[in-house]
Ligand binder design. Structure first.
Ligand SMILES: NC(=O)c1ccc[n+]([C@@H]2O[C@H](COP(=O)([O-])OP(=O)(O)OC[C@H]3O[C@@H](n4cnc5c(N)ncnc54)[C@H](OP(=O)(O)O)[C@@H]3O)[C@@H](O)[C@H]2O)c1
Length: 227
């Protein structure tokens, strides 16, 4: 199966690396492949430049957002929240229609420094904005409440005993995502919050997530819903 990953940052790399390791044919997308490959500096989070990562993942193919979306049968949106709608526009509606679009992006606004605020919240969410912009895509919001490493390896923490959320309108697409979370990544505790409007809930966990990160001094934590 071909997987299209929109986003070349640490999330796109984590998902691409894991799925490639599992034997899937992965294409990772960027705005500008030449510019991406020309970067030689680590990013603000200390992640090495994309080219170094790619050397260790030779089976992963690289293209622009359009190529990644066109080739992927299942798509992951791992783009910066501010750029997500632009990135999807570059991918092209025809390449999103009728496909599962797993949305990991968060609407973080860093314009006033740390901690970030949300540029959409309360009565709307980025997940809904994406679903409205592409009504024929099957948008499922998930994985946005944990650090990139935990997304694909939840057992790195508490033997995997922590909670992941899913939100989406298409019931079959959501069931497929639950299966992906369980079978590909190893998530054990998954809560279906409901339709895509419930992405407001998981996106609005980011303010507490950012403060926990500052308080704990590590992004390697997660939420467990005890019930
Ligand atoms: N980092 C985490 O652990 C984590 C955890 C949970 C959720 N998330 C969410 O996951 C998403 C990805 O996060 P990340 O840390 O991997 O990387 P990021 O730096 O937030 O995003 C990187 C990707 O976004 C693209 N991008 C940036 N600005 C853009 C714009 N104006 N228009 C179109 N595309 C643009 C970049 O394109 P180029 O390839 O051209 O550079 C790159 O592919 C974000 O929405 C983030 O909030 C991150």
């Amino acid at each position: 199966m071909q997987i299209g990953i929109l986003g070349s940052g640490m999330v796109g790399r984590a998902i691409a690396g894991k799925l490639s390791e599992l034997g899937y044919d992965v294409v990772i997308g960027s705005r500008d492949v030449a510019a991406l490959m020309a970067r030689t500096e680590s990013d603000g989070m200390g992640n090495p430049p994309f080219g170094s990562w790619l050397q260790n993942h030779p089976a992963v193919r690289v293209g622009d957002f359009r190529e990644a979306a066109a080739q992927g049968e299942i798509l992951f949106n791992c783009t910066n929240g501010r750029g997500a709608l632009d990135a999807l526009a570059q991918a092209g509606e025809a390449h999103l229609n009728n496909k599962l679009l797993i949305d990991i992006s968060n609407p973080l606004d860093f314009s006033q420094g740390m901690p970030p605020s949300l540029f959409v919240s309360n009565n709307d969410s980025l997940g809904e904005q994406i679903q409205r912009a592409y009504p024929k895509a099957k948008v499922v919001k998930t994985l946005n409440t944990v650090n990139a490493y935990l997304m694909v390896e939840p057992t790195l923490l508490a033997a995997g005993d922590h909670t992941m959320f899913v939100s989406g309108d298409d019931v079959e697409a959501k069931a497929q995502v639950v299966n992906i979370l369980r079978e590909w990544f190893g998530w054990q505790d998954i809560i279906d919050l409901g339709d895509i409007t419930t992405a407001r809930g998981s996106e609005m966990l980011l303010p507490i997530w950012a403060r926990l990160w500052a308080a704990l001094g590590t992004p390697m934590f997660s939420l467990k819903v005890v019930r």
